[in-house]
Design a protein around this ligand. Structure first.
Ligand code: FES
Ligand code: FES
Length: 156
């Protein structure tokens, strides 16, 4: 299309080059252009956090960023976390502490948890609750999510 702009974004360690419309949100770029559907979309008001990814190591709601704004950045999605048979400590925490029910919020929660622990290796319960305050969960009541992140913090 005439008004498309080239972008080059490293996603989960792989350089991705596409021509995109300037209005394309990063969340849609990840899901629709790259097929990385682990980045969920749970609202259209930037509230739920289901779309959380890391951009250059910082947690960001991918529905609030245009793909063109991520040009030149490194993006990590849930698909880039852990490996088969080798869960990331935060993923392991969600597994061990039953940090999910329906799982819709989980990818975003995990990305927020990873960012939190990158910034603060030993967060208090209050700091964990603040760290995930941009992520909504309709199912768990949050306590098991907090436990999951505490589990990961203890694992180091
Ligand atoms: S989809 Fe809800 S905050 Fe991004
Ligand atoms: S586990 Fe269902 S929304 Fe969190």
């Amino acid at each position: 299309m005439a008004n498309e702009t080239p972008v080059s974004i490293k996603v989960n360690g792989k350089e991705e080059q596409r021509d995109v419309e300037p209005r394309l949100l990063l969340a849609h770029f990840l899901r629709e252009d790259l097929g990385l559907t682990g980045t969920h979309i749970g609202c259209d008001t930037t509230q739920c956090g289901a779309c959380t990814v890391l951009i250059d190591g910082k947690s960001v709601k991918a529905c609030t960023v245009f793909a063109v704004q991520a040009d030149g950045s490194e993006v990590t999605t849930i698909e880039g976390v852990g490996a088969e048979g080798e869960l990331h400590p935060v993923q392991e925490g969600f597994w061990e502490e039953h940090g999910l029910q329906c799982g819709y919020c989980t990818p975003g929660m995990i990305m927020s948890g990873i960012h939190l622990l990158n910034e603060n290796k030993n967060p208090s319960e209050q700091e964990i609750r603040e760290g995930i305050s941009g992520n909504f969960c309709r199912c768990t009541g949050y306590q098991h999510i907090v436990n999951a992140i505490q589990y990961a913090a203890k694992k180091g």
